[in-house]
Design a protein around this ligand. Structure first.
Ligand SMILES: Cc1cc2nc3c(=O)[nH]c(=O)nc-3n(C[C@H](O)[C@H](O)[C@H](O)COP(=O)(O)O)c2cc1C
Length: 257
């Protein structure tokens, strides 16, 4: 039996979740960063998992594009886990639709609440979610082990779809533009932002970061900056920095293409 878990992560929630699922499965998986793979990906595994963060109630575009590039030679058991800050929205239904187009089906789609990396989660709730994570992942792994089918969590109503079209348009065209980032005088030009960006969208110019146009909006640069020098004036401003406590910065470098 060959098993793979594909993940994308800006602040480690998804990587920590993917690793924990793997620990609890009997058949061990390869844990593969989505952003490290350019081009097409042939799927030979019997079990496939996707672990991703919810962005604006939807599947992140980087995950969507990756799924569209997958080439299947058989019909594996497919599950997906959406880490989120309380609003998984249509993200798991997005995956289901993409897989259907490829002649595959999503058997299990589970949402797990984690600390938010965009809107700040109050400290006590963040602590509770991290404390309960292992129990929740154990429950998810039990469902995967028995190849559970027919559960897709979230909201696929017409109102949700219309809302997400409008919010998505505003978000991706105005709020989440990489042009919004600013760097304070605290920046030492250490290059952590450049190194941590999973899609190589940041380059240093005169020891200061410059963002290109293909931002995945994962907020890795903002949260992992050791000087807390990156901020914006629109959405995240100077919110409290976060990364999953089990994830180190070196783990994030695994995602580089
Ligand atoms: C651009 C952006 C949009 C987000 N939108 C949502 C959302 O619609 N619903 C939600 O519950 N969480 C949302 N989040 C929070 C993340 O999904 C959540 O914190 C996730 O666990 C982060 O995973 P990571 O640490 O692996 O990057 C958003 C985060 C970002 C960066």
């Amino acid at each position: 039996m060959f098993s793979e878990i594909y993940y994308f992560s800006g602040t480690g929630n998804c990587l920590a979740t993917a690793r924990m699922i793997n620990e609890k499965l009997i058949e061990k998986s390869s844990i593969v960063p989505i952003s490290s793979i350019d081009g097409k990906q042939k799927i030979k595994a019997d079990w496939i998992g996707f672990v991703f963060p919810v962005y604006c109630h939807k599947l992140p575009d980087i995950v969507k594009q990756f799924i569209l590039r997958l080439e299947f030679t058989s019909s594996p058991y497919i599950y997906a886990v959406a880490t989120n800050n309380g609003e998984p929205g249509q993200s798991l239904f997005d995956i289901q639709k993409l897989l259907t187009k490829k002649g595959q089906s999503l058997s299990l789609g589970i949402a797990i609440e984690m600390p938010g990396n965009a809107i700040e989660t109050p400290f006590d709730i963040e602590h509770k979610r991290l404390t309960e994570m292992e129990q929740k992942v154990t429950e998810i792994a039990e469902l995967i082990k028995v190849q559970k089918k027919g559960i897709i969590e979230g909201n696929n109503s017409l109102i949700e779809l219309i809302r997400n079209q409008i919010v998505g348009f505003l978000a991706w065209n105005y709020i989440f533009s990489p042009k919004r980032y600013k760097v304070s005088d605290n920046c030492t030009g250490c290059g952590t932002c450049e190194k941590v960006c999973p899609i190589n969208n940041i380059h240093l110019l005169n020891h200061k970061p410059i963002w290109g146009n293909k931002c995945a909006t994962c907020l890795a640069c903002f949260h992992w900056c050791p000087q807390e020098a990156i901020y914006d004036n629109i959405f995240i401003k100077k919110r409290r920095k976060y990364h999953h406590p089990d994830i180190r910065i070196n783990d994030m470098f695994l995602q580089k293409p």
